[in-house]
Design a binder for this molecule. Structure first.
Ligand code: SAH
Ligand code: SF4
Length: 356
């Protein structure tokens, strides 16, 4: 459900314009999950809508919750039976964040990422993207606690900038005051580095956060890890980042997944320092080091001491750096694990509660 669909329903059933506010209120404020619950609508209309229309374009297939109850993963089924995954995280007492997918699979084939090995099946529609957020808002997890999501990250399955039209439309909808009403600064989009779209994003959404998946600062290594580095090598990326920072003057986040013995040595940290220093407004760069989450790929996690040394090297060179907290590992809801075919088989069953 989104404002487009509400407009469509109003037109299709020839309803007066004031019904728009009633629908907005029902779905986005009261978080009602069926047409039948909207008591402001006449009974006959409720019955017709209930029979002929769907509130959500996604339907829950399985819901997993981590033992800590701070991470939940939903497998959602689409109209064509494709499955996507979305994750709800509660990293701090007052922070509820959801991670959403933008495509079924991903065509960019990063060699350490489980979604990459699926290939691209299809793009999600604008409604399928925002319905992941609405699904969580309507879920018992949030609704029963009276909590609203206050942070959205496009870091699930897929490359958002390879589905620009629907992703840009979904961003506008998430910020729409009549529906989701989420502030631009509470939304982050992560890209593997689609250079022209980074520039479009800077022009169109200068207040929304951008995360760039870097993972290596040497073209040969980056290309090995991320084939997209071939059409968009580091020099082009750097230019796009300069453009973004000039336009927005906002902090930018680099994601750097530490892969044991591949990109976690001090010489690679030095390359990373040089790359960051080559960016004009490099004081705006923040590096998020991510610990590698196990997939079926042949990579291993960095040693704890190696990760700390890598981080300290960056900090000692004046670069703001943190190691990202890993929530949701026991449900394979952590970064890059979203595509694992059988989440139950790949996780300890003790740590999982299957709720649907
Ligand atoms: N396609 C986008 C957004 C989704 S991936 C992108 O690549 O930026 C979200 C983040 O998880 C990216 O930084 C990605 O590189 C990282 N990631 C992928 N697989 C991972 C894994 N196995 N362990 C840790 N991080 C991973
Ligand atoms: Fe696609 Fe991002 Fe995974 Fe790369 S890391 S394959 S871009 S989802």
């Amino acid at each position: 459900m989104n404002s487009e669909k509400i407009k469509y329903l109003v037109a299709k059933y020839n309803l007066p314009k004031f019904r728009i506010n009633q629908f907005n209120d029902a779905f986005f404020k009261q978080r009602l999950t069926s047409f039948d619950e909207i008591k402001t609508l006449p009974k006959a209309l409720r019955t017709t809508l209930e029979t002929d229309e769907q509130v959500l374009s996604v339907s829950p297939y399985k819901l997993f919750s981590s033992k800590s109850k701070k991470a939940f993963k939903a497998l959602l089924k689409l109209h064509d039976d494709a499955l996507i995954e979305t994750v709800l995280l509660n990293p701090k007492p007052d922070l509820w964040s959801c991670c959403i997918s933008s495509q079924v699979g991903c065509g960019l084939g990063c060699t350490f990422c489980a979604t990459g090995s699926m290939g691209l099946m299809r793009n999600l529609t604008e409604e399928e993207i925002t319905d992941q957020v609405l699904y969580w808002q309507m879920s018992d997890v949030l609704k029963s606690l009276g909590i609203k999501l206050n942070n959205i990250v496009y870091m699930g399955m897929g490359e958002p900038f390879c589905n620009k039209k629907a992703v840009f439309a979904s961003l506008n909808e998430l910020m729409n005051p009549s529906t989701f009403n989420i502030g631009a600064r509470h939304i982050s989009v992560s890209t593997a580095g689609i250079v022209p779209v980074i520039k479009d994003f800077a022009d169109t959404f200068p207040q929304t956060n951008l995360a760039l998946s870097l993972h290596a600062s040497d073209d040969a290594l980056r290309q090995e890890l991320m084939p997209i580095n071939k059409p968009y090598p580091l020099e082009k990326l750097k230019n796009a980042l300069d453009y973004y920072l000039d336009k927005t003057n906002r902090k930018i986040f680099f994601e750097y997944t530490l892969l044991g013995n591949r990109n976690d040595s001090i010489p690679t940290a030095e390359q990373l320092v040089s790359f960051v220093k080559s960016i004009k407004k490099n004081h705006l760069v923040h590096i998020n080091l991510i610990l590698y989450n196990k997939t079926d790929k042949d990579y291993m996690e960095s040693q704890k001491t190696t990760a700390t040394q890598f981080k300290n090297h960056l900090i000692n060179n004046g670069i703001s750096t943190t190691i990202r907290k890993n929530l949701g590992r026991d449900i394979n809801g952590a970064c890059g694990q979203l595509a694992l075919k059988n989440p139950i088989k790949n996780a300890s069953v003790d740590n999982l509660q299957l709720s649907i």
